[in-house]
Design a binder for this molecule. Sequence first.
Ligand code: FAD
Length: 333
Amino acid sequence: MNEDVNILGGGISGLACAIILRKNGHDVNVYEKRSSIGARFNGDWQGLENWSEKIDVLEQIRSYAIDTSSFDYTSLSKLDIHYSNKIRTLQQKNACYFLKRGNCEECLDTNLCEQAQKLGVNIHFNSSPDESTPIHVNATGPKNKQILAKGIKFTTKHEDVYKMGFGSEFAKGFYSYLVIRDGHGTISTVFHHEDAQHSNKYLQNTVDYFSKYLDKGDLETGHKFGGYGAFEIKDSFYDENGAMLIGEAAGFQDYLWGFGMRYAFQSGYFAARSIMYGESYSDLIKDNLLQKMRHSKRNRSIFETMGPLAYPLAYYALSSTKKPLKLLNLIYR
Ligand SMILES: Cc1cc2nc3c(=O)[nH]c(=O)nc-3n(C[C@H](O)[C@H](O)[C@H](O)COP(=O)(O)OP(=O)(O)OC[C@H]3O[C@@H](n4cnc5c(N)ncnc54)[C@H](O)[C@@H]3O)c2cc1C
């Protein structure tokens, strides 16, 4: 008989790992310190990127035996990029999938939690295991704050809108965005932790710029949110107690743009494989994720080295190609 597998943290990575293990016959406990799943998020839209690998990301998740048919997502096929009052529309089928994050009914986190519970994963809320419980997988999310986000989530009657803004005035070194789908909107700016003191200015400039695409009074319905993310290429993928580190607890995140959800699913899957088949977790990460991480770090260094030139270059490169996804895929190789 297998011993129970104990996972600390009930975010995407922990739940993905738990679902895969449970489907493989393991008894699994997830210890979540908060009172609900997804409490770190606020029902804001997040993009599951579909460019860093050739395989479609939803197909990849399904290949791990996670059910995506009940995910409430929208596929992004048209994105307006704004730079210096110029706008270009990128068209590319399934460039990314937008999902809501948080503890709302239609949120990804809730969906994964339901999948796990239906299979019989024991999720212990408001709970930390006692000291005698061995932890096999550490999925506790980011510890360091390299990338910050600040935004407003709101409701609206406005039609769907997908917009990304480049420019130091609203997101130095990164980007800002406005996403409206089915009456739910998110407006946000993403920036480096070193620029935290400018966060209010970035958000205000983003709101001022994108407000022409909102209906009057939309933001009055809103809730402000903030968050942070970690990027780190670690020497070891185990914590001090020997548990496998997955998701952002391991620093797994795309460093160019700050996308961590795909890494969370992937690393959850590799940890499960290590438990199911005795494969080395370190080798799985080295063989499958490390190169992509290094390339995202290289891409960020190039972006930062170019300084003010980076935005026009990224804007024109992305908007002049007929295949933006292919271009993005190239830079991760
Ligand atoms: C505002 C914002 C916007 C983002 N937008 C995007 C995006 O558009 N696309 C994208 O791909 N990524 C995005 N990200 C990053 C993405 O959300 C994360 O990379 C992803 O959620 C990481 O999943 P995880 O499972 O590693 O960690 P988390 O989702 O953070 O889950 C960790 C869980 O562990 C729990 N926990 C922590 N410590 C303990 C403990 N000691 N004991 C028990 N439980 C514990 C926490 O409560 C939490 O539930 C964004 C992040 C933020 C903050």
